[in-house]
Design a binder for this molecule. Sequence first.
Ligand SMILES: Cc1cc2nc3c(=O)[nH]c(=O)nc-3n(C[C@H](O)[C@H](O)[C@H](O)COP(=O)(O)OP(=O)(O)OC[C@H]3O[C@@H](n4cnc5c(N)ncnc54)[C@H](O)[C@@H]3O)c2cc1C
Length: 352
Amino acid sequence: MKKRIDFLIVGFGLAGGLLAWELMRRGSSVRVVDRGDLNASQVAAGLINPLTGRRFAKTEGVDRFLPAAKAYYRMLADAFDRPFLIEKPMRRLFRCEMEAVHGRKRLQDHAYRPYIDNMVEMAGGENDGGYLDQKQTGYLLTRPLLACLQEFLQSHQAYFQAALDYREIRLDAEPGWRDFSIRKVIFCEGFHMRDNPWFSWLPLRPAKGEILTFAHRLAMPDRMLNDGHWLIPIGEGRARIGATFDRDNVDTHLTSAARMELAEAGERLFAGLQNAELVAHEAGVRPCTMDRQPFVGSHPRYSYLSIFNGFGAKGSLSIPWHCRRFADYLLTGEALPERCDVKRYEKTHFFG
Ligand SMILES: Cc1cc2nc3c(=O)[nH]c(=O)nc-3n(C[C@H](O)[C@H](O)[C@H](O)COP(=O)(O)OP(=O)(O)OC[C@H]3O[C@@H](n4cnc5c(N)ncnc54)[C@H](O)[C@@H]3O)c2cc1C
């Protein structure tokens, strides 16, 4: 006798984990299957930074995404009785006069008021002390969050550790996997989606990243520093430095080139860090997309196969908002926002 469930979620990173929680919170029966390897969500620093790049431009959608993310992580903190989002200001250190010009422009712009605290001008040359102090920044404790969610799923017999073999998915009138008959299968596979037989046509542009963690005895200020690379003091004498960005070598191998790049960045951001003890060097792959929008929605031919992926380098900020929209779509039939709906790519492919 087959067990009927509403959703099978493939992949338990931040995307699959938050989606499982959201669907179960709304009363759906869910099962999650994941390989159990270290994934991008666990490696990630979980940084939440509303202003990106050398121009300090607002991240697209941040005015919607940030309140949604804060509310979501607060709800999870209440549910598990521990904080997951650590709010911490970030200082953007100017590398050249052009950055100071952009900083000044943002400081005078009303739309940037919620995100900027203060600016200090450069004294004359490059790297000479000018900076922009940001607010509403912080980082998500992704590992503890995923550990809590996994424990929650396990307590509901809803978590399986296994690599899903696509051939095991039955595409009959009633789709199934093992002894389950399923309403919808939702793929949240991060960069592994490139191997997915139903969704690999979507234009993924993955980017590898490496991060270092140091144990130190330095008196660091309680703020994050960013000069293109970032440093996050995570407490208990630890600091994380990141991250590299590599589109050419999409794997999770650790490289000495990245270790040197990040160690140099650490010393530049906080003198003395070069003598600290390196306690972790990790790598992961960001599921970035060609148009920088996520992949959310259903397969054009097999409507019971869906995807929730492509959150690139900013999953901590944008997944909660998309998670709610996607749950609305799955449970109430509400239309998805066009920008993230995979329908935008259907016309470039033939699904006869
Ligand atoms: C070095 C680095 C730094 C980053 N820094 C930040 C940051 O500061 N802030 C931020 O917001 N984001 C950051 N990111 C990006 C962030 O990691 C992603 O946006 C987000 O975590 C993606 O989550 P995901 O669930 O889509 O993918 P993943 O976390 O990769 O999870 C996918 C899961 O699916 C599983 N899976 C895949 N295929 C199968 C299968 N067939 N069967 C079973 N399981 C399967 C995988 O094993 C994995 O567990 C960073 C990423 C990296 C690599």
